[in-house]
Design a protein around this ligand. Structure first.
Ligand code: KDO
Length: 335
């Protein structure tokens, strides 16, 4: 049956009138502030589920004030396109990687470099302390977004479709290692000794299955959530990047909120990050066993050799030149 637009419109208006009569509220619904979120995260990832924590927190602290719309699987904007969408006013919130930020704030590339952050605690100390405050101010000035909280995505490991002996970066020579598609990520993949090849997260499973790539790198939680373990044979615990995601809102949206709303949105983003971080840390400790049960080989390489070689690649690159003098030392000294 074809819908009759006039009838449906009348029906809607009628419903609104009934609602107005029964509730005493005006027929035009109160305008809620729309908060659109876009992320490439798969539904089963902690950093996808955390957005429900964000939404629920706001529903509790500011009932009826916000319309939080969660778009997973890069269904609204493709991976990495979120900051541009926010700058254009097409998106309110996302979780950005350090590589997303480094495109406009070169000094932030320090956090795209392997073996700089030590562990999740160190990561939180760095970003909730003076270094975070200084850098997030620059992020706000240059990108027009406010960072509300820092999430621990997990510690990135190398994951191969065919098992091999890997002790040092030389053993990854010739391996087509998928990395997210920006130059900072590719530099990291090459620094690990592999041949980095760019691919969107959503295409990795098929790439591994069909063999267009030989491997990928991601934290164990992401390997579990995206089911990469179904199409790979080995995880090599290189622990090369303590990876971060920054929950960020466009300044245009944030500035339009009143003081109480700003505080509630910030608290909700912090609750979301805490949920993600606690679950990720807890799960990471159990996943080696899980992958072994799935039939994968989980091997530990010569991590010191990887660290030495990766750090040397960064130190002799243009990246190190863009890092403010003393920042590496300050990051290292943060406790
Ligand atoms: C990935 O593409 O490997 C990556 O882990 C990069 C992160 O910055 C982030 O975009 C993440 O994917 C997605 O959220 C999917 O987990």
């Amino acid at each position: 049956m074809t819908a009759n637009p006039t009838l449906s419109r009348r029906h809607l208006l009628g419903t609104a009138a009934v609602l107005a009569a029964t509730t005493g509220l005006p027929a035009i619904a109160q305008t809620k502030t729309v908060l659109r979120i876009s992320t490439p995260a798969v539904p089963d990832a902690w950093h996808a589920k955390m957005w429900t924590v964000f939404k629920d927190a706001l529903e509790k602290t500011a009932p009826g004030e916000f319309d939080v719309q969660i778009n997973l699987n890069a269904s609204l904007f493709k991976q990495g396109a979120e900051p541009t969408a926010m700058a254009r006013g097409n998106l309110e919130l996302t979780s950005m990687s350090a590589a997303d930020i480094a495109k406009l704030v070169p000094e932030f590339s320090i956090f795209t470099a392997g073996y700089v952050l030590h562990d999740p605690k160190h990561q939180q100390k760095v970003f909730t302390g003076p270094i975070g405050a200084e850098l997030f101010k620059t992020v706000s000035d240059k990108m027009g977004v406010t960072v509300l909280s820092t999430c621990y995505l997990g510690t990135r490991q190398v994951n191969l479709r065919e098992a091999r002996t890997v002790q040092t970066p030389a053993d990854l020579k010739g391996i087509k290692l998928r990395m997210p598609g920006s130059k900072d990520w590719l530099f990291l993949g090459n620094a690990l000794g592999a041949t980095a090849t760019p691919l969107a997260f959503g295409e990795v499973y098929l790439g591994l299955k069909t063999g267009t790539i030989d491997g990928q790198d991601n934290p164990l939680s992401s390997v579990r959530a995206a089911k990469f373990y179904e199409v790979t044979q080995q995880i090599i615990l290189t622990s090369h990047l303590v990876d971060s995601l920054f929950i960020a809102i466009s300044n245009k949206s944030f500035d339009a909120l009143n003081a109480a709303q700003k505080q509630k949105v910030t608290a909700a983003a912090q609750a979301a990050a805490t949920y993600n971080n606690d679950n990720t840390v807890q799960e990471e400790a159990q996943l080696v066993d899980f992958f072994k049960k799935q039939g994968l080989q989980v091997t530990t390489p010569d991590v010191a050799a990887f660290r030495k070689s990766v750090l040397a690649s960064y130190q002799s690159s243009d990246y190190a030149k863009s890092w403010p003098k003393g920042l590496v030392e300050r990051v290292n000294a943060t406790q």
